[in-house]
Design a protein around this ligand. Sequence first.
Ligand code: BG6
Length: 367
Amino acid sequence: EKGGFEHFMLKEIYEQPKAYRDTMLGRMNPEGTKVILPELKLTNEQIKNIKNIQIVACGTAYNAGLVGRNLIESLVRIPVENDIASEYRYRSPIVTPETLVIVVSQSGETADTLAALREGHANGAHVLAITNVVGSSIAREADDVLVTLAGPEIAVASTKAYTSQIIAFGLFALYLAEVRGTQSGAEIAHILAAMQSLPEQVEAILEKKDAIKAYAEQIAKHDHLFYLGRGVDYAVAQEGSLKLKEISYIHSEAYAAGELKHGTLALIEEGVPVIAVATQEAVLEKTVSNIKEVKARGADVLAITHEEHVTDLLKSVDQAFAIPKTLPMLTAALSVVVLQLLAYYASLALGHDVDKPRNLAKSVTVE
Ligand code: BG6
């Protein structure tokens, strides 16, 4: 049942190229210039009237929503908020009939997320669910469902569901952009082409798993570490940190790279591993200055970046891992795979139960 893999988690990490392809399959025109989502009830008129979007979810699905926000805001220029489902109701969110609420849930059964969906409905919002389970409670109650086709996910630590959610957000953002006319056909085609290259780019990362394993064995000797990033890289840093904590029990924190100096820099001591996700060219120089700040305090820094920046970055970091080149808005779909493998091999090195970490359940149906 594990298809020759030692754990479900590793199998599911390796299933990501297929999950990306399946989630995109049949959802664009043959020319690749347009996203087609015939399953949506949301009308063009409704789409044109959307004033704000709230993305609500828990855990890893929440982290996918952070990437989703970046995609929607950059491509469609609609304001987006991210909410933790268990917080959403109690903060009296400003929801109107022109709000689109997007709930994200692998299982479709998470009680907090279901309650958030009902909160959206109670305020007259249209609710779109991005879920991996067609017949789930969330899928049944939502007005619209955008299914991720990741296949069953067994390991408690979510991998292919997260990345498929990112693909779904990419498709949905492009769909909104087309309807609202915020991106040209040529630009949409360009992004879709880049999305279609992602599966083989993930395969290229998987081929370099031994290098990631070696680094994981190094970090497994530490009690705590940091993940840094800006923009999408910060979103990915948060997911990488969660993954590591969930299955290796090593404490870590994800920080917006520029924020560390405003509080927690004192925790960086000699030898503390820092993983800097540095794929965003527009802010690379700023991230490099943040890397220098931690290096000056003795941190041991691994950078995850594009090949073209490796030589330069190696002047400031100890090690670098290159991911294949994609558009800045799509890097999460690649960089996170490195962090998933890192968490997996760290857990393995420490002898933990990778697929069933202590105190966690795959799906939490209590609020
Ligand atoms: C949890 C799982 O408690 O629920 C996480 O342990 C998961 O891995 C979270 O991300 C949300 O689950 P779902 O099914 O709503 O995406």
